[in-house]
Design a binder for this molecule. Structure first.
Ligand code: NAP
Ligand code: GLV
Ligand code: GLV
Length: 323
């Protein structure tokens, strides 16, 4: 019986689907998150490996699995935790979970944006405190969004989904991207701008790039300085895209008005001072965290393992199997 190792139990149909397909399913987190050593031990001889974005898939892990390994299925769309070249070099296919989480993640960007713009978290705390004295003209005034510019950095699947929502809120859409996207641009009435212009003119900057060496600290002190002092920064991409220490300084000095963050540079740790800032809303990496989306993602990783192990393929492969 071929073995598939799941570093963590997944909600949804993955376990049942893999067992029905004849796999021996080994799940490693029965007693809490497995250590790196436990993962390296458990993968020896596995055909498939299902990983989380917090697992490092590198040459050492692939070598520990050995030549039986056919496929790594990452339970995420982002692949910054996976050494794709090392997989390719060993003929190991890599699957991920694009598309099914785009709407959920774009919703999360908007949940954070509305929470920051309208001070929902501060308001919730005030009501719960018992110190709220009733409606007042100048209480917790926030930022209007309609008529303002929504700036997307990384105009891919999720960036476009976030932009679609912006049009519903009456915002004008602009985007910065390596590759122009004329079709999406036309569909959303979006304007393609150089990053510097977008940072200088957007009222909201929403990040949707992958985490790569190229996007590392794309939003640094200079970028934050270029933004409007009234602007809001939203990050549901990867924490590494923002220099988090520089962001704390910008939130403190008023270089920007606020931020909504779902991802952090050194998850789950936060930069010093971030949690003390009132003008930032923090979420624990919840972009794809809806019951429906997580079940779809689980089905996709299972389908990828089953297909590749049988010599077939699925559309959601980042590295194709070698014949
Ligand atoms: P995608 O469709 O591949 O879109 C990413 C876009 O970023 C592409 O259009 C790409 O442009 C662009 N890009 C790459 N490098 C860039 C750069 N240096 N400057 C400007 N644009 C750049 O991916 P997706 O499905 O939208 O996912 C995007 C990312 O969101 C994932 O990689 C993941 O890290 C993150 N994510 C987070 C959560 C969460 O829970 N918070 C959930 C899902 C995804 P090109 O067309 O030129 O390649
Ligand atoms: C989540 O962050 C993902 O990349 O799917
Ligand atoms: C506020 O509640 C209003 O009626 O304007």
């Amino acid at each position: 019986m071929p073995t598939v190792v799941l570093t963590h139990a997944l909600p949804g149909p993955a376990d049942a689907r893999l067992r029905d397909a004849g796999f021996d399913v080994v799940t490693l987190d029965a007693d809490g998150p497995p250590t790196r050593e436990a993962v390296l031990d458990a993968v020896a001889g596995a055909t498939g490996l299902v990983t989380l974005l917090s697992d490092r898939v590198d040459a050492a892990l692939l070598d520990a699995a050995g030549p039986s390994l056919r496929v790594v299925a990452n339970y995420a769309v982002g692949l910054d935790n996976v050494d794709l070249d090392a997989c390719r070099a060993r003929g190991v296919a890599v699957a991920h979970t694009p598309d099914v989480l785009s709407d959920a993640t774009a919703d999360m960007a908007w949940a954070l944006l509305l929470a920051v713009a309208r001070r929902v978290v501060e308001g919730d705390a005030l009501v719960r405190s018992g110190r709220w004295g009733g409606w007042a003209p100048d209480q917790l005034l926030g930022t209007s969004l309609s008529g303002r510019r929504f700036g997307v950095v990384g105009f891919g699947r999720i960036g476009q989904a976030a932009a679609r929502r912006a049009t519903g809120f009456g915002m004008e859409v602009a985007y910065a991207a390596r590759t122009p996207k004329p079709e999406a641009e036309a569909a959303l009435g979006a304007q393609h701008l150089p990053l510097e212009t977008l940072l200088r003119t957007a009222d909201v900057v929403s990040l949707h790039t992958p985490g790569t060496p190229e996007t590392h600290h794309l939003i640094d002190a200079a970028a934050l300085d270029a933004m409007k002092p009234t602007a809001l920064l939203i990050n549901t991409a990867r924490g590494t895209v923002i220099d988090e220490a520089a962001l704390v300084a910008a939130l403190r000095s008023g270089a920007i008005a606020g931020a909504g963050l779902d991802v952090f540079e050194r998850e789950p740790a936060l930069a010093a001072g971030l949690a003390e800032q009132p003008n930032v809303v923090l979420a624990p990496h919840l972009g794809s965290a809806t019951t429906d989306t997580r079940a779809e993602m689980a089905g996709m990783v299972a389908d990828a393992v089953i297909a590749v192990a049988a010599g077939g393929t699925v559309p959601h492969l980042a590295v194709a199997p070698t014949p």
